[in-house]
Ligand binder design. Structure first.
Ligand SMILES: CC(C)(COP(=O)(O)OP(=O)(O)OC[C@H]1O[C@@H](n2cnc3c(N)ncnc32)[C@H](O)[C@@H]1OP(=O)(O)O)[C@@H](O)C(=O)NCCC(=O)NCCS
Length: 173
């Protein structure tokens, strides 16, 4: 399967709204802990993506999608930190791959594109957090992220049970 990775404009984001909603719902309903509880409410998923559109328009976020012939199957966001004392930092957010497209290297490709964009913008530090011991942790470690530490009982998993969070970072040399 051919996968294309692209950064979307605000209009392109709006045009792909249904597919983005579908990806978020599939990930949360599949147990992915990304700030929401299962079953994922489609209206809430739509509100989330609608909230991303102005951030993409302003350049505060760069939204990447991975698309196959059927359309978007994965996504990730680079949040450009605007704090005056952190002009070198970006946050990684909402790395999501639809269950039907997993273990084909799509998340890795999305993260490579994200990292290239961070470098292009002169950023040298990527930070994020993920569920301690999750598949995502394995992915990020494989991409060179390091663990800063664990915060116990940080957030509810999709089924409502408290889970530990691992704060991770990567310095871009
Ligand atoms: C985590 C997630 C993004 C991975 O997407 P993916 O496209 O399947 O990942 P890739 O195919 O690029 O995997 C790259 C490597 O990461 C690791 N990895 C990925 N999924 C894994 C899993 N379920 N278990 C163990 N290792 C895993 C493996 O080392 C894998 O390499 P391999 O397939 O050669 O063994 C996807 O499972 C997902 O959307 N999960 C739910 C949402 C989530 O947790 N997002 C992260 C929020 S911080």
């Amino acid at each position: 399967m051919t996968i294309a990775i692209k950064a979307l404009t605000a209009d392109e984001t709006t045009a792909r709204m249904d597919a983005l909603v579908e990806i978020l719902c599939d990930v949360v309903d599949g147990g992915g802990s990304v700030n929401f509880l299962a079953p994922m409410d489609r209206g809430m998923a739509r509100s989330f993506w609608q909230g991303v559109v102005p951030a993409v328009a302003s350049g505060d976020r760069v939204l990447f999608v991975a698309e196959d012939a059927s359309g978007p199957v994965g996504t990730v966001q680079l949040e450009i930190v605007r704090k005056p004392n952190q002009p070198h930092r970006c946050e990684v957010a909402k790395l999501l791959v639809h269950r039907r497209a997993r273990r084909q290297g799509i998340a890795s490709k999305l993260m490579q594109a994200l990292e290239a964009e961070a470098r292009r913008q002169g950023r040298t530090l990527l930070t994020m957090d993920t569920v301690n011991g999750s598949p995502a942790e394995a992915l990020y470690r494989g991409l060179g992220f390091q663990a800063a530490g664990v915060i116990p009982r940080y957030a509810l998993g999709t089924t409502g049970k408290l889970e530990d969070t691992l704060v991770m970072y990567k310095e871009l040399g």
